[in-house]
Design a protein around this ligand. Structure first.
Ligand SMILES: [Zn+2]
Length: 292
């Protein structure tokens, strides 16, 4: 079963368990409380009368039941717990599509989607190398203003400047805020793209590729170090970057390449998406970091 269907199953299972618990509570309350039992029986009898179009005292019976209900210290939301997700009513599906809650659960339940070691944002900031504080400050604002603000966050700089740790810390902060996150190295990205490119079982499409399109935050680490596979690397990188660019989805990219090298390696189309000033915050980390 793929992660998306499993997420829907978990959501509906959880919902059923909550409703069952509510029903159990109600049954126990009735069993131990004669006044409540009588008021409920009367309410049901009056409701039947009303349904048959006969004279009835349903309103009075409802008031009586409500009074007994409150006297017993019961709360409606305990007996009939509201669904956690207002969009789908905890069915996991809206208009025949996976609900955002199911997508989030599916993405975050698959450990394969978090290939960078997770690190707490505050901890990462404390140990960040010299030259990073300004970028951390910007990253904190990037996290805080979600889903507003410029959605792309590009961190360029040579290795050893703590780019990966910052990317992981951003993802971790999103998870902490109840969002879905995918972190991949560029190397892992290409591996997935290749697997997807050569597979025939379309049923697994969602497991392999759509988390990278749908996650609230996607971090691609160390762009420029991956294998350049003909018909795969550029095509899939463009697909993911462009889709996220179009949907204004939050995306972090770290790279050790200079802007010139990025254009040479990936071409104008990908570069212009990544470094589109209107949607991207770009940072070059050097000893004395400056904005590019
Ligand atoms: Zn939902």
């Amino acid at each position: 079963m793929n992660a998306y269907r499993r997420a829907v199953r978990d959501i509906t299972d959880m919902r059923r368990a909550e409703l069952d618990a509510g029903l159990e509570l109600w049954r126990n309350a009735l069993a131990g409380n004669a006044a409540l039992r009588d008021a409920f029986a009367e309410y049901q009898a009056q409701a039947v009368k009303k349904a048959k179009g006969e004279n009835n005292a349903l309103d009075a019976a409802r008031s009586k039941l409500k009074a007994e209900f409150e006297r017993a210290g019961l709360k409606r939301e305990q007996i009939e717990p509201p669904p956690r997700c207002k969009l789908c009513g905890d069915t996991g599906v809206v208009d025949g599509k996976y609900c955002a809650c199911a997508v989030r659960r599916a993405i975050n339940s698959d450990r394969e989607n978090l290939t960078l070691p997770l690190v707490d944002f505050d901890d990462a900031q404390k140990t960040a190398p010299k030259g990073m504080p300004a970028v951390y400050k910007a990253a904190r604002e990037y996290i805080r203003s979600y889903p507003n603000g410029k959605p792309f966050f590009i961190i360029a700089g040579s290795s050893g400047t703590g780019k990966t740790m910052l990317a992981a810390a951003i993802a971790c902060a999103f998870l902490k805020n109840g969002r879905s996150a995918v972190t991949v190295s560029a190397f892992e990205f290409v591996r997935r793209a290749k697997d997807y490119h050569t597979q025939f079982a379309i049923d697994d499409y969602r497991d392999l590729f759509s988390p990278m399109l749908e996650a609230d935050i996607l971090c691609i680490d160390d762009l420029g170090t991956e294998t350049m596979l003909k018909n795969v690397t550029l095509e899939y990188l463009y697909t993911v970057v462009n889709e996220r660019w179009l949907r204004k989805k939050h995306t972090v990219v770290t790279t050790n390449l200079s802007p010139d090298a990025l254009i040479r390696r990936y071409g104008e189309a990908i570069f212009s998406r990544l470094c589109d000033k209107s949607i991207a915050n770009s940072y070059m980390i050097t000893a004395s970091n400056k904005r590019i």
